[in-house]
Design a protein around this ligand. Structure first.
Ligand code: CAO
Length: 477
């Protein structure tokens, strides 16, 4: 949870800030001349129990002058990418991490020389002279929790990351808007290798596209990490070692944690011909309706609602395991059905959730699913969209594949996998061969707290609601 008070700042971006005793420190060190105080600037608590974040990129280097709201770096947590910006004016003295390192919450990110800088920062003067001056000043106490964090809804695309400073050492070598940086990150490219043709050498989207068409030979290996197929002419016969992408890094950790859970796998086949008919009827009406914002629905809203209605009978499946005291594990019940949807996005696998599904009808679920899908495909899922899920559905059917063995998220006790539906020959009551539309549902449950019988009964109920959608509708409020 990106907590604390939200402050609206320029350009409409939401900023989260909290006060420290820094202003008081300024008062104590007040002087008639510019006075510099070296302060460690800590990676603040960004909530959700996150203890560490990966440094995706630095926007500053030692020697760079920064002002309030200048971005310092971008970090990636399990949940989202976050740009950390300075709350103060000063000069960056030291970076504590390299890009790709894991930064620890509460520990220093950078050292900043802070000063009561004149309004006109051009009067700041030569950095090295100021450093000399600062040596004679008392060492400052460590600053606690002073930072300003902006949740980057991955690509707002509206703020250039230009830094203040003089010469190369005083500014980030390659400038780009967050939207362009996202594209660069998704393609696992090195921004410093791309020639920017924008103002002050800023890297534009066209520069990235040009670079991708004609990349330097040494950079072609980066496609491997991003999981993209390589074209035949660039294929080398030698093995290569490449770092994981930030998304792979997060997936690596999350899935490693998940596999500490003993998974109970249960799978069954549901006949969904009646659901197909119902969906067709609804879609025909939606296509002709001017009132509805939803113009077409997929099978997902029905599956999501079926799970929610079944959870009313099996609340255990919506719990989470609390291991705060590992010697006394507990179960936390959750009245909200915040149903996570595994989403295949350009940035990789993301799992936003639809909040309070227990209160929504099928069309409301469809509208929210559409919103999340649109946000996912444009990199605009927010931290709020991603947090607080209570159970997950993973539908691989739009990609292909009949069966899927889903992996449980550690804050949940069950996940449902959905394969691709298909029409198969089946026997009717008279023994005649008839076409039948079937889909495979598979469930993984945390076998430490969910017994197989409970999971199977819940799965049978979900199947029943999908096979006989009239029953599902009868349960809607
Ligand atoms: N069987 C058959 N067709 C399916 C289907 C299934 N299980 N699931 C989706 N489809 C069809 C839809 O009906 C739609 O076709 P029509 O337009 O003809 O109706 C088409 O595929 C595209 O659907 P969609 O993907 O836009 O919408 P959705 O609501 O069905 O699914 C979402 C949404 C987000 C679940 C899906 O887009 C997605 O990202 N799936 C991948 C999830 C994933 O990666 N899981 C693995 C996670 S573990 O790494």
């Amino acid at each position: 949870m990106w907590r604390r008070s939200l402050l609206r700042a320029g350009m409409g971006s939401s900023r989260i800030a909290w006060r420290t005793d820094l202003q008081r420190a300024h008062r104590y060190f007040h002087s008639s001349r510019p006075l510099f105080v070296v302060k460690p600037f800590l990676l603040a608590d960004i909530g959700e129990g996150i203890r560490e974040c990966e440094i995706i990129q630095w926007f500053v280097q030692p020697g760079a002058k920064v002002q309030q709201f200048d971005n310092i770096c971008e970090v990636q947590s399990d949940k989202a990418s976050v740009e950390i910006s300075s709350r103060y004016d000063g000069v960056i003295k030291k970076l504590y991490y390299d890009a790709g390192d894991m930064a620890i919450v509460g520990k220093p990110l950078v050292d900043i020389d802070m000063a009561e800088i004149p309004e006109d920062t051009s009067e700041l003067g030569d950095v090295s002279a100021q450093q000399e001056q600062s040596k004679s000043e008392p060492a400052a106490a460590q600053e606690t929790g002073s930072s300003q964090i902006r949740t980057s809804s991955i690509a707002e695309g509206m703020e250039a990351a230009a830094m203040n400073g003089s010469g190369n050492s005083g500014r980030h070598r390659s400038l780009a808007t967050p939207a362009v940086r996202r594209i660069i990150r998704e393609r696992s490219l090195d921004i410093t290798k791309i020639t920017g043709t924008g103002k002050d050498g800023r890297v534009l989207k066209e520069d990235v596209e040009r670079y991708v068409e004609e990349p330097a030979e040494a950079d072609k290996s980066s496609a491997v990490a991003a999981g993209r197929p390589r074209s035949a002419p660039t294929q080398s016969l030698e093995e290569e070692t490449v770092p994981l992408t930030p998304m792979q890094n997060q997936m690596f950790k999350a899935m490693t944690r998940s596999l500490s859970i003993p998974h109970f796998l249960y799978a069954d086949e549901a006949g969904i011909d009646r659901l197909v008919t119902l969906r067709n009827t609804i879609n025909k009406n939606l296509a002709q309706s001017n009132d509805s914002i939803v113009k077409k629905i997929s099978f997902m809203p029905f599956f999501i609602k079926a799970v929610s209605v079944a959870l009313e009978e099996y609340p255990l499946i919506n719990c989470r395991v609390d291991l705060t005291d590992e010697s006394k594990p507990k179960l936390v019940t959750r009245p909200q059905h915040n149903i996570g949807i595994a989403m295949d996005t350009p940035a990789g696998l993301l799992v936003p959730n639809i909040k309070n599904v227990q209160q929504l009808n099928i069309l409301e679920i469809a509208a929210e699913l559409n919103r999340l899908q649109a946000a996912g495909s444009t990199g605009k899922l927010s931290a709020a969209d991603l947090k607080g899920g209570t159970i997950t559905l993973s539908n691989i059917g739009n990609v292909g594949g009949t069966y899927v063995a889903p992996v449980i998220v550690t804050s949940e006790v069950a996940i449902m996998g959905i394969g691709r539906s298909k029409v198969i020959p089946a026997f009717d009551d008279e023994g005649a061969v008839v076409p039948k539309t079937v889909v495979n549902f598979s469930w993984s449950a945390d076998h430490r707290v969910v017994d197989g019988g409970t999971m199977a009964r819940m799965a049978c109920l979900v199947k029943k609601y999908c096979e006989e959608p009239e029953l599902l509708i009868s349960k809607l409020r």
